[in-house]
Design a protein around this ligand. Structure first.
Ligand code: PLP
Length: 405
């Protein structure tokens, strides 16, 4: 690569430094326009708070949630309503609590497998409880099952694994049928208190006309007799209001009973008024899918913009590789080794905030320092375009600087 190109890039970058930009590509938050799609949640109950079974949702009680919302969650997670509970506005809280609930039986040396790159807040839960994390590489079919099977048979005290099985955060992968079946069998090799945390946060978040089909893990687990080891999660955070949705956890009925007992020490019941609002608003899977199509109309142009900027500026230059997700909230980009943190710092100095390099790995340490997660949903299209111009300049500048020593 010529020195001329480097001089050009440096001049471009210097112009960005002077432009006083304030742009943010960090967290996968819905934009205000996306939130507006659910404003009809407000007032939808019209003063009617009674369920068909006579329950007054304004009152205490019902830790597992109202039947209408349990039904909705079970359809999203592809299992039975009796296996599904409804929590507050964050599935992360349910994950945290479930891990806490299991800790006593897992013991002090518990370890978790973490497919990488992955979701930073899963890793934070492990760090919080002192659970050691062991990384597992991803393949196009999902996490590398042969590595996982080898590890659980070799390493003692592996008690769980974090999975985002559909439109994974951040790679966008959907696990193949064989991978799902292998996960249903895994607890037989890993032990009776091993938990598969199946965080299906993007179950209905398609970017294309056709959805990626995900095999039902619970159906496979019931065939394998491992349903007690399956903990599935989802929420409406990126369906309705991110800060005021409802969350779902599904597992075997027996395991759910144990978790209900654990929860009863800290809560008498979650927000049933909000559960009823969501059940009325989202109604059934057809209504839900029609609602998600409106989200897609708003965010697809943003994903397209990011992808076309990457292709235009970095395509064919052997500088970076990136994913082209069919759903979810992220694009995952790999730079040349050892450059991600430099690029994130360059972008920050020019006013473009990116997720910290390393955040997609346990302990914030990407061993190759090359993964960067791009979250296109929150900024406006115009802001996104500006941010991407800065970003691609930083990627190329850092790469050429490194090549020239
Ligand atoms: C994989 C994954 N799980 C869970 C969450 C957060 O879910 P909630 O808002 O229900 O806590 C996110 C948000 O980015 C996510 O990407």
């Amino acid at each position: 690569m010529s020195n001329g190109r480097l001089t050009e890039l440096q001049a471009e970058y210097d112009r960005y430094l002077e432009a006083d930009l304030k742009l943010d590509l960090t967290r996968g938050k819905p934009s205000a326009e996306q939130l507006d799609l659910s404003n009809n949640l407000d007032g939808i109950l019209g003063g009617f708070y009674m369920l068909q079974d006579g329950t007054d949702v304004r009152n205490y009680g019902g830790i597992l949630g109202i039947p209408e919302a349990r039904q909705l969650g079970s359809e999203i997670l592809d299992c039975k309503p009796e296996q599904t509970m409804v929590g507050g506005n964050s599935s992360l809280t349910l994950m945290y609590n479930f891990v806490n609930h299991m800790l006593e039986s897992w013991g002090e040396n518990a370890k978790f497998l973490c497919p990488v790159p992955g979701y930073d807040r899963h890793f934070t839960i492990c760090e919080h409880f002192g659970i050691e994390m062991l990384t597992v590489p991803m393949t196009d079919e999902g996490p590398d099952m042969s590595v996982i099977e080898d590890m659980v048979s070799r390493v003692p005290d592996i008690k769980g694994i974090w999975c985002v099985p559909k439109y994974s955060n951040p790679t966008g992968h959907t696990y193949s049928v064989d991978t799902v079946k292998a996960f249903a069998e895994l607890p037989k090799k890993a032990g009776s208190d091993f938990c598969v945390f199946w965080d299906n946060a993007y179950a209905v978040h398609d970017l294309e006309d056709t959805t990626d089909e995900l095999q039902s893990l619970m159906a496979e687990a019931e065939k394998a007799g491992t349903q007690d080891n399956i903990i599935m999660l989802a929420s409406t955070s990126k369906i309705t209001f991110a800060g005021s949705g409802i969350s779902f956890l599904s597992t075997s009925e027996a395991r759910l009973k144990g978790f209900e007992k654990y929860l009863s020490d800290q809560v008498i019941g979650f927000d049933k008024v909000n559960q009823l609002r969501h059940a009325r608003f989202l109604e059934d899977m057809d209504t839900l899918r029609a609602h998600m199509a409106k989200h897609r109309d708003l965010i697809k142009p943003k994903f397209d913009m990011v992808l076309s900027k990457l292709e235009e500026s970095l395509g064919g230059k052997d500088i970076a590789t990136w994913t082209r997700p069919r759903g979810g909230y992220f694009i995952s980009l790999d730079t040349k080794p050892d450059l991600a943190s430099t690029i994130v710092d360059l972008a920050a100095a020019a006013g473009v905030k990116l997720t910290p390099a390393g955040a997609t790995f346990p302990y914030g340490k990407d061993p190759e320092n090359k993964n960067i997660r791009i979250a296109p949903t929150y900024p406006s299209l115009g802001e996104l375009e500006q941010a991407m111009d800065v970003f691609v300049t930083c990627v190329e500048l850092a790469t050429l600087n490194a090549e020239q020593g």
